[in-house]
Ligand binder design. Structure first.
Ligand code: NAD
Length: 507
């Protein structure tokens, strides 16, 4: 995109060359330091954002408490109707917002559109949820008593998001939190502030049309604002997406003030190919999983386990295919892989490749930075002698570590022997092998797939992972329960006061 096209896009989304990064129902005249949003495809600045200061955060938080008090009075299906309209507004802006995701984050345009589609899907799902925030009724052990549980709005929710899904993760949280009756404060990644401002404007316009309270607060900044928010005792829930390092810090602070955290952290996802697998199917799964989004999905395939009888053929096919992957401008329809997010991501990738070599790894293909403006790298395959220390870490770049195995027990053991537990997959045509992988004695991850890669989850299920991935679950199924508080009610309509467990207490 040239400068004129970029300016037209910013204009269409209500963005300017200089923007406020704090919103409490009005855009605050913040005096925080300037943040430059950079296009990873060119390394050029797209626009500037003034970060929220701690004082700005205070205004946003105070307003969020007010908005919560008003919003929780709205019946849930009416809240759902607002989210339905937000879904419609996102449909209207799908194209420009998808372009902005691509411009600011660097994922290919088809994935930029896919990300906005995920927001729309979340809105649709949440509208349905708004009439299904069910509580159970129980039979009381006491005569003429009724016992049941209800789910109430929780409060203002803090949402911290990562750069790689700059708007979808907000929608996973925001659409559900909104129907649950919560207000929220969003602290997006400091690397992708423009998509956050554009999204907030789209959602706020819907609230204004409906005279709804300003439930979508925004405080843009780095770790410092995240830390202020995490420590804020007005927020009963902090939903944080990002690295394990960040989650460990956030989780401890939130636990220290006895509030809830919902952590969606790093993955180190393994894909197993058995000797009976459909290898064409497996090849497609490996390729999208390892190269898609330039290796910058939490569900990216990072470890490939190949049965020794098919390993040579699969490796040969991958090594031939990797150099043919069309790398370039993510706005170009032909491109399959765009840039990584910034210079530091390239440094981290190169350091990981060096470490892998020191630990016995052999680079089979790729391994270099591409000499052009912006932050482009070659997708890389490293053959490793087994699980070495570097394969137990998540490097957020397109590096695929390949190792061989002999039998299912061995590979399940290897697969699970990392600290993270997000997504996993196996390619096999054996029903027994598939079921074993999905069983309690199989994958230890939050997501386990058969004949599908590790990447690209649907929103209908609960998304998240175990171990250092943080244990949080978002999006579909009963994930909404994290955004509400449960209350158990017992109502006595008799004329006696019997105590539970038959306890007698008479004067
Ligand atoms: P990051 O951890 O650097 O930053 C994520 C967010 O946390 C940012 O908004 C950042 O400002 C904030 N932050 C950092 N330190 C903080 C602190 N101490 N207190 C409060 N906030 C803090 O991650 P990133 O580089 O933006 O994203 C990549 C990471 O996110 C990868 O590890 C990836 O696997 C993970 N991720 C996980 C999921 C999931 O659902 N499990 C989804 C997307 C990304």
């Amino acid at each position: 995109m040239d400068k004129t096209e970029i300016n037209a896009l910013l204009n269409e989304l209500g963005l300017e060359a200089e923007n406020s990064g704090a919103f409490d129902g009005t855009w605050l005249d913040t005096q925080g330091e300037w943040l430059e949003s950079t296009n990873p495809t060119t390394g050029e600045v797209i626009a500037k954002v003034r970060q929220a200061t701690a004082e700005d955060y205070e205004k946003v938080a105070a307003q969020s408490v007010e908005a919560f008090r008003a919003w929780r009075e709205w019946p849930a299906p009416k809240r759902g109707e607002i989210v339905r309209q937000i879904g419609d507004a996102l449909r209207e802006y799908k194209d420009p917002l998808g372009q902005l995701v691509t411009l600011e984050m660097g994922k290919i345009y088809s994935e930029g559109l896919g990300e906005v589609q995920e927001m729309i899907d979340m809105a649709d799902l949440a509208v349905g949820m708004s009439r299904q925030l069910f509580g159970k009724t129980m039979h009381s052990e006491r005569f003429q008593h009724r016992m049941y549980e209800q789910w109430h709005p929780l409060g203002p929710v803090g949402i911290i998001t990562a750069f790689n899904f700059p708007v979808a993760v907000w929608a996973w949280n925001a659409c559900v939190a909104a129907v649950c009756g919560d207000s929220m404060i969003w602290k997006p990644s400091e690397v992708t502030p423009l998509t956050a401002i554009a999204t907030t404007k789209i959602a706020q316009a819907v609230l204004e049309e409906n005279d709804a309270p300003p439930i979508f607060g925004l405080a843009i900044g780095g770790r410092d604002i995240g830390e202020v928010m995490t420590a804020d005792s007005r927020l009963p829930l902090i939903s944080a997406t990002g690295s394990v390092r960040m989650g460990r810090a956030v989780g401890q602070v939130v636990a220290g003030r006895m509030a809830r955290s919902l952590l969606e952290l790093g993955g180190n996802n393994g894909l197993i190919v058995m000797d009976d697998a459909d290898l064409d199917l497996a090849f497609g799964g490996i390729l999208f999983g390892s190269v898609g989004t330039a290796g910058q999905r939490c569900t990216t395939t990072r470890r490939l386990f190949l049965h020794k009888d098919i390993a040579a053929g699969v490796i040969e096919r991958l090594v031939k295919s990797y150099p043919t992957i069309r790398i370039g401008d993510p706005m170009d329809d032909n491109t399959l892989m765009g840039p990584v997010i910034h210079e530091k991501a390239i440094e981290d990738m190169m350091a990981a490749i060096e470490t892998a070599k020191e630990q016995g790894g052999e680079v089979l293909v790729g391994g270099n930075r591409i000499d052009r403006p912006g932050y482009f790298v070659e997708p890389t395959i490293v053959k490793v002698p087994g699980q070495i220390p570097i394969t137990c870490d998540e490097t957020f770049a397109p590096i695929l570590y390949v190792m061989e195995f002999e039998d299912l027990d061995e590979v399940i053991e290897l697969h699970n022997a990392v600290p993270q537990g997000l997504s996993s997959s196996i390619f096999t045509n054996s029903m027994r092998t598939a079921e074993r992988f999905l069983s309690h004695a199989g994958s230890d991850c939050g997501i386990a797939n058969v004949n599908i890669g590790t990447s690209g989850a649907e929103i209908g299920g609960a998304f998240g992972g175990e171990k250092e991935t943080g244990g949080g679950r978002e999006a579909g199924s009963d994930s909404w329960k994290a955004y509400m508080r449960r209350q158990t009610n017992t109502l006595n309509w008799s004329t006696e006061l019997p105590l539970a467990q038959g306890v007698e207490f008479d004067l």
